[in-house]
Design a protein around this ligand. Structure first.
Ligand code: ARG
Ligand code: ZN
Length: 893
């Protein structure tokens, strides 16, 4: 039974203060709570009932009101609630005692154990697994937490806020009392008790306060947290400089745990992280790992203002804090590293994963209308598309206008639980602009499709852009209205220079990029004083989350843009558009005939044209571009970018077409690729400097080039890659070399995998990469190896990271997941059922990441086999609501 956004009602009672006492033990733990309740209802003769959330595995010991036990007749329990009747008028104290068993909690929601330590995860609705409570974000209270545990086994006891008191208790136990002065919803509550090592640092705030920063990990990892610590300090400084936001307590803690469902969690002053997003060392972490640590540390820190100080009224508003905080972390990373490269990465992710979600059975607006399990809505749509919608305001209002909007948002709403409308209104009011039409972005699912046709009139020297938009139907939303789309454009002259832009009917200085606001289904924009037929550069910096089609655009124009566009995003995009078109053409050619061999059919259809090869060749050898940009520029669009655009796709054929294109490019650009490798080889004495862009950029382009060369099936290349896995001085190079071998059936593959295992078997984070590479391999018949991996000591089904590495990687193997006999689908369905008994969030994430949610995009045989597996999952006894929601929506679509 779904919950609907339109049904929102405040609770009849609020909680002013929460006192929690945790008695942590090995057999069971006791949680005593004392809540100061205040009425939140209209005065009436009888008092409303109080419905508290609580999971069925809570063992209720006692309930009392104002010190007197509540009689059995005055409360009721169900699997999900504790309802108390006949409450007194006015304020009262409610005391509840429950027993829980964190050591048996494999769902990793609420209080659980990881690596022998106690920790919590309460967002979205984990607090109800700890005690009975009003578990929703609009109930904000001040918390005092007493934690008591065995002093030897759990020397470190952490809570939110400041330490109020500590001391020893009977039988070798000790306790700490924490007090958090800031009111918060219970989803921000956290507790950690364990045997942890700590690295400490200090941050001097702009107003002159000293903040103590501590990162806690298991002792073996503590020497690898300095990158996370540096990132934290950079983020604190950036938020002061960019948004005037300073930290609001004297202590900030981060704890790394190895069993964690998501990336990390912004609990007030006690962030808890998946260890893979804290721990980093050159020999075990890739450049990508480093940048993820930097981004996520910043993300969680930024939540202190966007999420904690101002929080969400209800979970439908999740994008209020997540979209905004992702936008903030994207901007931070752009300022720390290369802005164009960061933009390209973010757009790629949006296109490969969010566009797919928007076109599938789980499609939902960034502010959903209903859900069965909130945990299913921590999605790319809410996060990444939500960030794009925040970016629209920045694009439209400019940097200063956006800052004004943020200032007003905090001025109005600090300490409150608010809605996305409140955010939009702050942006509008601070800038005296009407932004009402932007509400449509919050209410409609689906990716808008935008068409632009440029029409040049030589005699009138005008260029008319005819723009139209259409949003495809999504489940439950057949018809959509237009959304406001800021469309940034530029015009290039034949010499590659930027034309000054004069928009008809608009005065003011001529700029070379102009943001057009498309608000109608169809709209014309006229540029005057256009001296020659220009080449259009549209959707600069990806100014809106749409699919763009420029009508009449030729390959020659794309090659021109790839070489000359001053907008780095559009420059990259020109190459991607060229490649997408090529893949699509070749796919159709290959599908329409069955004879002769695939390679011959593709060659007969024109193969890879010289224009494409030479355009990529000049990108590769360009002297004015950095290696990260070049690596992104010569990358082929992911298969998922084409799925959905080609009806009833055969994923295996698409895979083979992609493989063909890669091999052709590798063969024809071989000299340039080899030269790139040579020029970007790190010198013997070079030491790895974390976060140094230049080094990382060289590794990126070198490894991209090696990746192409590996497609040649040349024994010399295989031998070289094996040698590289041995001689690499950092994980980026080591794992890239191994990845180059992963899809081939050469003997070097086996050797390299065995050697890497021997070298790193005691490092669980490296083992995740080792698992992922094997599980995602496109070697035919790999399923039996993957089944063996499930039994391998390096894999544990109880560990979310291990599950994601194995199952999510397998989903990306076209050859094995999409095997024509349906064995890959069956394996995933079996695995989902197995995981669901242990951890419902992880199981749900596996199904929702799978092609099962987009089955109608695939050829009829495959769609039918996927449907059979979904039916089988849905028939399972005791299936979680999490998996049920995704499976049932996929079967309906
Ligand atoms: N708020 C966290 C973050 O984005 C994510 C927590 C998600 N938890 C969950 N169970 N879905 O930083
Ligand atoms: Zn977040």
């Amino acid at each position: 039974n779904p919950i609907y956004r339109k049904d929102y009602k405040p609770t009849p009672y609020l909680v002013e203060h929460v006192y929690l006492d945790f008695l942590l033990n090995e057999d069971k733990s006791t949680v005593k709570s004392k809540l100061s309740m205040t009425p939140n209802y209209e005065n009436s003769s009888s008092t409303p009932k109080l419905e508290l959330d609580g999971r069925k595995d809570l063992t209720l010991i006692s309930v009392s009101v104002n010190g007197k036990a509540v009689s059995e007749a005055d409360y009721e329990r169900t699997d999900k609630k504790l309802t108390i009747n006949n409450l007194p008028q006015g304020k009262f104290d409610l005391e509840i005692v429950v027993d829980i068993k964190p050591q048996e909690n494999t769902s990793l929601e609420g209080l659980y154990k990881s690596g022998g330590n106690f920790c919590t995860q309460c967002e979205a609705e984990g607090f109800r697994g700890i005690t009975y409570f009003l578990d929703r974000p609009d109930v904000m209270a001040k918390y005092t937490t007493r934690i008591e545990a065995d002093a030897k086994a759990y020397p470190v006891l952490l809570g939110n806020g400041n330490v109020l008191e500590k001391g020893s208790a009977a039988a070798g136990r000790h306790f700490v009392v924490w007090e958090d002065p800031w009111p918060k919803p219970c989803y921000l509550f956290a507790l950690v008790a364990g045997d942890l090592a700590c690295q400490e640092d200090v941050f001097h705030t702009v107003s002159g306060r000293d903040i103590t920063l501590r990162i806690y990990t298991e002792a073996k990892d503590i020497h690898n947290v300095s990158w996370a610590m540096d990132s934290l300090k950079q983020a604190m400084k950036w938020d002061e400089e960019t948004f005037g936001l300073e930290y609001d307590l004297d202590l900030f803690n981060i704890v790394a745990v190895s069993d964690f469902n998501m990336g990390a969690m912004e609990n007030k002053s006690l962030n808890i992280f998946n260890s893979r997003l804290v721990i980093a060392s050159p020999s075990t972490s890739t450049d990508l790992d480093y940048s993820r640590v930097e981004g996520v540390v910043a993300h969680e820190y930024f939540h202190n203002w966007t999420g904690n100080r101002v929080t969400c009224r209800d979970w439908f508003q999740l994008t209020l804090k997540e979209g905004l905080t992702v936008f903030r972390d994207q901007e931070f990373s752009s300022d720390m590293n290369s802005r164009p490269v960061k933009r390209i990465e973010d757009v790629s992710r949006l296109r490969t994963a969010q566009f797919t979600e928007d076109a599938g059975s789980m499609a939902h607006p960034i502010r959903p209308d209903s859900y069965i399990k909130m945990d299913n809505f921590y999605t790319l749509t809410v996060y990444e598309k939500g960030a794009e919608i925040v970016r629209l305001y920045r694009t439209l209002l400019g940097k200063d206008g956006f800052r004004k909007g943020m200032d007003l948002y905090f001025k109005r709403h600090d300490g409150q639980a608010v809605t996305c409308d409140d955010f939009r209104n702050a942006m509008a009011d601070a800038n005296k602009k009407d932004l009402t039409s932007f509400a449509a972005w919050y209410g409609q699912a689906g990716t808008p499709q935008v068409k632009v046709s440029p029409v040049y009139d030589a005699s009138g020297r005008t260029l008319t852009l005819k723009v139209s938009q259409h949003i495809p139907a999504t489940p439950g939303q057949a018809h959509k209205k237009p959304v406001p789309i800021p469309l940034a454009v530029g015009l290039l002259a034949s010499d590659g220079s930027e034309m000054p832009l004069h928009l008809k009917g608009e005065a003011g200085e001529a700029a070379t990029t102009k943001v057009l606001l498309v608000e109608e289904a169809q709209q014309d924009f006229v540029f005057t004083e256009v001296p020659e037929k220009p080449v259009l550069s549209a959707l600069r910096d990806f100014s809106a989350p749409v699919k763009l089609q420029v009508e009449g655009q030729t390959d020659a124009e794309l090659v021109f843009l790839l070489a000359h566009d001053s907008d780095p995003f559009c420059r990259w995009e020109a190459g991607q558009t060229l490649l997408r078109a090529l893949l699509t053409t070749l796919y159709h050619a290959a599908r329409d005939q069955k004879e002769p061999e695939l390679e011959d059919r593709l060659a007969a259809a024109g193969g890879v044209p010289e224009s494409v090869t030479s355009a990529l060749g000049s990108l590769l050898t360009s002297k004015d571009l950095d290696g990260m940009f070049i690596a992104a520029g010569i990358s082929l669009p992911a298969a998922t970018e084409l799925i959905g655009d080609i009806p009833n796709i055969d994923p295996l054929l698409l895979h083979n077409v992609r493989k063909y294109v890669v091999k052709q490019l590798a063969a024809r650009l071989r000299p340039q690729l080899e030269a790139t490798v040579k020029q970007n080889e790190s010198a013997p004495g070079d030491s790895f400097v974390p976060g140094e862009f230049d080094q990382a950029a060289r590794r990126a382009v070198k490894n991209k080039a090696l990746g192409y060369l590996s497609a040649l099936d040349d024994p010399a290349v295989h031998a070289d890659l094996l040698e590289r896995t041995r001689s690499a001085t950092n994980m980026t190079d080591q794992i890239s070399a191994l990845a180059g071998l992963a899809d081939s059936e050469c003997p070097e593959r086996k050797t390299a995998l065995e050697e890497l295992y021997k070298q790193w078997k005691d490092d669980s984070l490296v083992m995740l990469k080792w698992i992922a590479l094997q599980a995602g391999a496109n070697v035919p018949g790999n399923l039996k190896n993957v089944e063996k991996l499930v039994e391998h000591p390096a894999f544990s089904i109880k560990n979310p990271n291990a599950c994601y590495s194995l199952f999510l990687s397998f989903l990306r193997s076209a050859v094995n997941f999409h095997a024509a006999d349906g064995s890959g689908y069956k394996f995933i369905a079996d695995s989902v059922l197995k995981v669901d008994k242990i951890n419902r969030q992880v199981a749900a994430r596996i199904v929702s990441s799978s092609a099962f949610t987009a089955l109608k995009d695939y050829d009829l045989e495959r769609a039918q086999m996927m449907r059979e597996q979904l039916t089988r999952i849905s028939a399972e006894n005791g299936l979680s609501e999490n998996v049920f929601e995704i499976v049932s929506k996929s079967l309906e679509s």
